[in-house]
Write a protein that binds this ligand. Structure first.
Ligand SMILES: Nc1ncnc2c1ncn2[C@@H]1O[C@H](COP(=O)(O)OP(=O)(O)OP(=O)(O)O)[C@@H](O)[C@H]1O
Ligand SMILES: [Mg+2]
Length: 352
């Protein structure tokens, strides 16, 4: 990498606080396959504010990872745009994009696959520092030790090979690499799901602490709803390529508006076996339909217990309401009124 340090038009970020860290505008990602067009992400509008953690949940295959890759320009959108800190990264040339890459990053589920096992930890952490020319060579060892310390690793570990590490240590190294260039946006795609249960909590705590100290915005993708509730400021629920609800974490977990959100939350196992035994049971019937051919109208209607005729023909748009207490929620459901009220999912269930 020996690019001259020229200023790039349009490549300067906007530091002002009201510019979101990430703004996805009508984002679409279709894959052409032999069986037809897979509509992995099919018209998503989403914002993450500076310094905010947005949780992203939804069944397997709903498009979360695809959205995460689009958000850090690892996949090119079919249409729509990805605006990071005021810059549309989906329109940047290869060279401008490389220059901007230090301000956004991603960590994956399996830290083994994103790290070269033949590198030492020190080399792995130094690599992004070199690529983005963050320190001079003579300051490098000290900077690496400093970064390792931030992710809770002792400096001696710098000499070990990546393949010698435990899963938890490897994920800490991935976080160190991702955060070394001090990004303003981090996408974490199921960062703890491949880890032993005993170390998941410590890695979650680390992410929470790092986010608090460094202030980056984070798209936190997870199947672990308890982790999302613990970490996220707001939560987006995805279904078959679309966002069906976005709300602050408390509203979403206490009073989900979209029927899918409610069923997703109620289908998750509770940690307390007594609570698990006595809770009302709603089962999500049937499989996620194929993204090759999403249902007409509301994509959730074939599995929705309260769908009406309109749901079968007319696709609901995301609508925003202000909830009692002042928080806003967005949802795409014909059956929720402007007060956030809709019919209960089970007729004889006490509502609320
Ligand atoms: N490169 C690709 N080519 C074709 N289809 C793809 C490709 N990548 C993803 N898909 C399809 O897009 C849809 C969404 O996949 P994605 O991996 O984004 O889901 P996800 O929500 O992350 O699922 P999980 O929770 O299992 O990780 C799936 O139907 C998947 O098969
Ligand atoms: Mg995924």
């Amino acid at each position: 990498m020996s690019e001259p340090n020229t200023a790039v038009a349009g490549g300067t970020g906007n530091g002002s606080a009201d510019v979101p860290a990430l703004h996805l505008k009508n984002l679409v990602k279709h894959y052409a396959t032999r069986r037809g067009t897979v509509r992995s992400v099919d018209g998503v509008d989403l914002t993450i504010r500076k310094g905010e953690i947005l949780g992203l949940v939804g069944e397997s295959g709903s498009g979360k990872s695809t959205l995460g890759k689009l958000a850090v320009a690892l996949a090119e959108p079919t249409s729509g745009s990805v605006v990071i800190d005021g810059t549309d990264v989906s329109r940047l040339s290869g060279r401008e994009l490389r220059r901007r890459r230090k301000s956004f990053n991603i960590v994956f589920q399996d830290p083994g696959s994103s790290l070269n096992p033949r590198m030492t930890v020190g080399e792995a952490v130094a690599e992004p520092l070199r690529i983005h020319r963050i320190v001079e060579r003579r300051g490098e060892a000290r900077k690496v030790a400093e970064i390792l310390d931030t992710v809770g690793l002792r400096p001696e570990i710098a000499d070990r090979y990546v393949h010698m590490l435990s899963g938890g240590q490897r994920q800490r190294v991935s976080l160190a690499r991702a955060l070394a260039p001090e990004p303003t946006l981090l996408v974490a795609d199921e960062p703890t799901s491949a880890l032993d249960v005993s170390v998941q909590a410590s890695v979650l705590n680390l992410i929470a602490d790092l986010q608090h100290d460094l202030g980056f915005a984070c798209l936190f993708i997870s199947h672990d709803l308890a982790a999302v509730e613990y970490l996220a400021d707001r939560v987006a629920v995805m279904y078959l390529g679309r966002v069906v609800e976005v709300a602050d974490a408390e509203s979403l977990f206490t009073r989900p508006l979209h029927p899918y959100s409610e069923i997703l939350l109620k289908a998750a196992p509770l940690p307390d076996p007594d609570a698990q035994r006595t809770r009302e049971r709603i089962v999500l019937g049937g499989d996620l339909p194929s993204p090759l051919n999403p249902p007409a109208g509301c994509r959730f209607h074939p599995r929705c217990p309260i769908a009406v005729d309109r749901c079968r023909t007319e696709e609901p748009e995301l609508r925003e309401i202000v909830r009692p207490g002042g928080a806003t929620s967005s949802f795409a459901c014909h059956l929720v009124d402007d007060q956030g009220v809709r019919p209960p999912l089970i007729a004889d269930m006490p509502s609320g």
